[in-house]
Design a protein around this ligand. Structure first.
Ligand code: E4P
Length: 218
């Protein structure tokens, strides 16, 4: 499973890249707003960290406007992936971009039928939002499972399932079990992936016993 980081915080992205866990980046208008920075400047900086796919979202709601914005975003760096919403205009723009060889991440997916449409439109990635479905009492992970089955039924659909709106390390584990190709993980959930109380307790006990031997390794 590929790990994308779901943030526009450059310091966080550098940190995860240095640790070797940055397979890609996803941003959205809310994350850009949270960064407090100018979109073109921050995306340029993010793209320079590593040659990994960086999703940049259009904000126009009509296909023509989306295509104009996509051209400007793509000019930032070759690793920009255009993020378009799952609307008929978004799907129209996705088809046009895919025909030009531009990778598109179709976002705001909340049903398997929507995911099928995105794949048929030529999306490189589909982003089902797990956490937001859980928030309204639905089973977000079931959507990932359903999309996996549908895409596997038609192997010529080569859209990757990008599990989005991840809130916890459990979401990452469940998405991996369900066969998501990618998880886009916010820094907090990423941090939590390595955490286990027994790891902390075990390490403390080993270090205490080691100290008692009076030895050193170096
Ligand atoms: C990623 O592509 C999405 O924009 C993001 O995962 C949404 O997460 P949220 O539902 O926590 O805002």
């Amino acid at each position: 499973m590929k790990f994308f980081i779901d943030t526009a915080d450059v310091a966080e992205l550098r940190r995860w890249h240095e640790l070797g866990f940055l397979d890609g980046v996803t941003t959205n208008p809310s994350l850009i707003a949270k960064s407090g920075r100018k979109i073109f400047e921050v995306l340029e900086e993010i793209c320079a960290i590593a040659p990994v796919p960086v999703s940049a979202e259009v904000v126009a709601t009509d296909a023509e406007g989306m295509l104009k914005e996509a051209a400007k975003l793509r000019a930032i760096a070759p690793n920009i992936v255009i993020k378009a919403p799952l609307t008929w205009d978004g799907l129209k723009a996705t088809r046009a971009l895919a025909d030009q060889g531009v990778p598109v991440n179709v976002t705001l997916c909340f049903s398997a039928a929507q995911a099928l449409l995105a794949a048929k439109a030529g999306a490189a990635y589909i982003s089902p939002f797990i956490g937001r479905l859980d928030d309204i009492g639905e089973d977000g992970m079931q959507l990932i499972r359903d999309i996996r089955v549908i895409y596997d039924n038609y192997p010529w659909l080569d859209t990757e399932i990008l599990a989005a709106s991840i809130r916890s390390s459990d979401h990452v584990k469940e998405a991996a079990l369900a066969g998501a190709d990618v998880a886009t993980i916010p820094p907090k959930a990423m941090e939590a992936l390595a955490q286990h109380d027994l790891t902390d307790k075990g390490l403390a006990a080993f270090l205490k016993d080691w100290e008692g031997t009076g030895q050193t390794l170096l």
